[in-house]
Design a protein around this ligand. Structure first.
Ligand SMILES: [Zn+2]
Length: 490
């Protein structure tokens, strides 16, 4: 162990004085990158079994390593569900009476050696997401969002037709049952809960006259001992309602996480969100929506949500994309993982996406192409942008962190201090990966990575220059080790 100047040396010594029974590979052959390259498989127009296979094969041929696959859209599952059958509802989306899309997709993903995350649109059944009109809220009208009685004539009332209320306990349990059966029955690696178009929003009653359904009114009066409609008459009362809606949203996600983790401890639970923290900033123009009653930074900080997939549905403008990534990393929790999802119109646009995600501490990206890939597209993307092999960062976060730190080590092999220091880090993280490590050991690695980053920032290495790429890799490694903490903790 080299002598590290100042406080950092003292902090790391207790952890590294043990001799580690591993041999570190000294080879310099090309190691895979720790980079999540998600491919969003669009279901809005329906698909055939042949299409799913072809689309997934092309995505993998292009160099993607993760498929985001729809499993619950517009109230229908894309697998035969016992939960919906038991509720007396269609057990599968009517487009798929003869085959099981999720079973096929998991099998194909396994054959191709890529990851698969199941996407659920739990609350928003807007017709644009599926050619099959939704029926769930017709079958269970109590599960709908309900408008405030003074706003029955508002045009916003149409949301009652396609948005489910997250507060309704029966629907909450139904969602929990779906998640539980999904995680138990299918070999998927992660769950993405899509929260875009969520029903509970901040702002005045005029801006968002929701939700005043029976369930909300009962819950509110149980918790606050006050009448929700009476409260809604005053500004202070509305502030109290919005605050409660935020709390109940947190509670709902906490419950869903509990159901997922209880079924399988190490599965990833990710949410997808619109960047509401950017809505009222300079380049966003006039605010079109009020924010959702969800505090993402808090949810990420508490580990209720492990990572946020952030929608970048705007057109890709290279400079703007970078600055938006920076703003996401600043606004969201400083230790949390962020994965941007970007709409791609032509394969060339991936160039600027790749450049930006490799510059900032995000784990990769999810591409949503506006048309299915052709063989030519796949070959072009692989050749030009994704030729280096890559591992999904979230699947084995400690292995991914070790890859990043090893990269830093190789980059600085000219500098003895940095090189030796990184070698010790790599050993620690690799050992943590191979052996079941305690939460304390992982948290200590996190702390030390933060200490290292701060020491570099404060110029502790004196004349030796350390670039932003190293700070980025150390920052991302730290976020990944923190993700590994959730697996041990939960
Ligand atoms: Zn409600």
């Amino acid at each position: 162990m080299p002598r590290w100047p100042d406080e950092l040396g003292r902090r790391i010594i207790p952890m590294t004085t043990q001799t580690l029974p591993i041999t570190l590979s000294e080879s310099h052959e090309l190691e895979p990158l720790a980079e999540t390259r998600g491919y969003f498989l669009n279901h809005s127009k329906g698909f055939s079994s042949e299409f799913v296979r072809q689309e997934m094969e092309r995505a993998v041929r292009a160099g993607f390593n993760l498929i985001i696959f729809p499993v619950y859209v517009n109230g229908y599952t894309l697998y035969p569900s016992q939960t919906s059958a038991a509720a007396g509802f269609a057990p599968i989306n009517p487009l798929f009476k003869k085959w099981n899309p999720l079973a096929e997709a998991t099998e194909i993903a396994h054959d191709l050696g890529v990851g698969l995350w199941g996407l659920l649109r739990l609350y928003n059944f807007h017709p644009r997401h599926s050619i099959v009109p939704h029926r769930l809220l017709k079958r269970f009208p109590d599960w709908r969002l309900a408008i405030h009685p003074d706003f029955k004539d508002s045009s916003l009332r149409r949301r009652e037709n396609y948005v489910a209320c997250p507060v309704n306990r029966d629907y909450r349990r139904y969602c929990g049952d779906l998640l539980s059966e999904l995680v138990t029955s299918y070999a998927i690696d992660g769950i993405v809960i899509n929260m875009t178009g969520y029903g509970l929003r901040r702002g005045s009653l005029e801006e968002s006259p929701f939700c005043f359904c029976d369930a909300c009114r009962h819950e509110f009066s149980d918790v606050t001992r006050a009448n929700m409609l009476a409260k809604s008459k005053t500004t202070e009362g509305m502030a109290q309602i919005r605050k409660w809606q935020g709390e109940v949203s947190t509670e709902t996600l906490e419950y869903l996480r509990h159901r997922i983790i209880k079924s399988r401890r190490t599965i990833r639970m990710v949410c997808r969100a619109q960047p509401q923290w950017r809505w009222n900033t300079d380049d966003a123009g006039p605010a079109l929506h009020t924010e959702y009653c969800i505090n993402w930074a808090d949810l990420l900080g508490r580990g209720i949500v492990e990572e946020l997939v952030v929608d970048h549905d705007e057109k890709v403008v290279p400079e703007l994309f970078s600055s938006r990534l920076v703003s996401d990393l600043v606004e969201l929790h400083h230790e949390a993982l962020v994965l941007p999802q970007i709409g791609i119109n032509s394969p060339e646009e991936i160039a600027s996406v790749i450049a930006a995600v490799r510059k900032y501490a995000v784990s990769g990206f999810v591409a949503q192409f506006d048309r299915p890939l052709t063989d030519e597209d796949a070959d072009f993307i692989q050749r030009e942008y994704l030729s280096a092999p890559a591992q999904i960062a979230e699947s084995a976060p400690l292995a991914a962190a070790a890859l990043l730190l090893r990269l830093v080590q190789q980059r600085h092999e000219q500098n003895d201090l940095m090189h030796d220091f990184m070698r010790d880090f790599v050993r620690l993280v690799e050992r943590a990966y191979r052996e079941r490590t305690s939460l304390e050991a992982l948290e200590l690695i996190c702390d030390n990575l933060a200490g290292l980053r701060d020491a570099i920032r404060r110029g502790r290495l004196r004349d030796y220059k350390i670039g932003e790429d190293t700070l980025r890799d150390i920052g991302l490694a730290r976020r990944l080790v923190r993700l590994a903490c959730f697996d041990v903790r939960s």
